[in-house]
Ligand binder design. Structure first.
Ligand code: SF4
Ligand code: SF4
Length: 307
């Protein structure tokens, strides 16, 4: 089956998907494999052992869906207007609805334009190199902060993948192949210099990253200089995030309940209330115990510094 890429992209626009790109399925290049394997060898994945599994699928998406021909990559921008209220100690991406739910809804709606049984949708739910495929689909480049940087939305965007057996009449090309393209990180190290944990020296080291330590890490916390959930410092200082589009999707705005949270209310919370408060939020991932540990790990028991 051969589909028209332009018509498919127009459907994405009707669904208010902020950006879409399409890449042909093929195994990733040797340099991509080597970089990923070196990252694992150095142990920079910390306790995210799922990254060590299913490497053959991670390096070849066709192994996730027999007969797969195309990867449709979508971006959903989550930045809000500067004056939109937000909780100061929670990462911007987790202020509103869980992005996994939002992105999956968009992918499922888009997939209705494909024949049944010819696709799979992913948003952090399969061993796929999402940022690499976003690059291949012309949606941006990976920056020194390890995030995808899109020319319009900066690094404030979520990635979703639709892997399909459909072929398209044409495919997008990586931006770095555009004549005259300059990588946004070419003469910049601001994120590495601003990182309070020294986690961005020659790539990301999750062992040090406050985002990892406050969300994925299950053990005791070292002293945490900022943030109950996640850390935005490397994004805040990034010049590529100035003058970006701020789509202001209502789903990603902080609810009144979130805005009213204090150290005391979270520390006094019971499991049932935690699930009720964060049932639709990415914060659920840290668990109540994790969130409370993060708050207690602020230096000397002082209130968390906002980031
Ligand atoms: S702060 Fe500079 S080096 Fe870091 S991701 Fe942004 S542009 Fe690249
Ligand atoms: S999220 Fe925070 S700790 Fe992690 S790399 Fe960025 S600035 Fe450093």
């Amino acid at each position: 089956m051969l589909l028209h890429a332009d018509s498919f992209q127009a459907k994405a626009k009707q669904l208010q998907i902020d950006r879409i790109g399409i890449a042909a399925v093929k195994p990733v290049g040797d340099h991509v494999k080597d970089t990923f394997l070196r990252y694992l060898e150095k142990g920079r994945q910390a306790e995210m052992h799922y990254l060590e599994r299913h490497l053959e699928k991670r390096f070849d998406p066709a192994m996730l869906l027999p007969g797969a021909r195309s990867l449709v990559v979508i971006l959903c921008g989550y930045a809000q207007a500067e004056d939109t209220p937000r909780h100061p100690h929670i990462s911007l991406y987790a202020q509103g609805k869980d992005y996994h739910l939002y992105v999956k809804e968009k992918l499922n709606a888009l997939a209705e334009h494909l024949p049944a049984g010819t696709f799979r949708c992913f948003c952090d739910t399969a061993p796929v190199l999402e940022k690499y495929w976003a690059e291949q689909a012309g949606l941006g480049v990976v920056g020194k902060n390890s995030l995808l940087i899109n020319p319009d939305f900066g690094s404030y965007c979520f990635i979703g993948i639709l892997l399909t057996q459909a072929a398209f009449d044409h495919y997008d090309r990586p931006l770095y192949e555009t004549p005259g393209f300059t990588h946004p990180c070419a003469d910049c190290r601001l994120c590495a210099e601003a990182c309070p944990a020294g986690a961005l020296q020659n790539g990301l080291d999750a062992n040090r990253c406050l985002s990892y330590l406050t969300i994925e890490h299950k053990g005791e916390r070292p002293p945490l200089p900022a943030g109950w959930f996640g850390c935005d410092r490397c994004q805040k200082v990034c010049p590529a995030n100035r003058s970006i589009a701020r789509p202001g999707h209502a789903d990603f705005r902080a609810s009144d309940t979130l805005l009213s949270l204090t150290e005391e209310t979270v520390l006094a919370m019971k499991q049932e209330e935690f699930e009720k408060t964060f049932g639709n939020s990415a914060i659920l991932r840290a668990g109540l115990d994790g969130l409370q540990k993060n708050i207690k790990a602020q230096p000397h028991g002082k209130p968390a510094t906002s980031f």
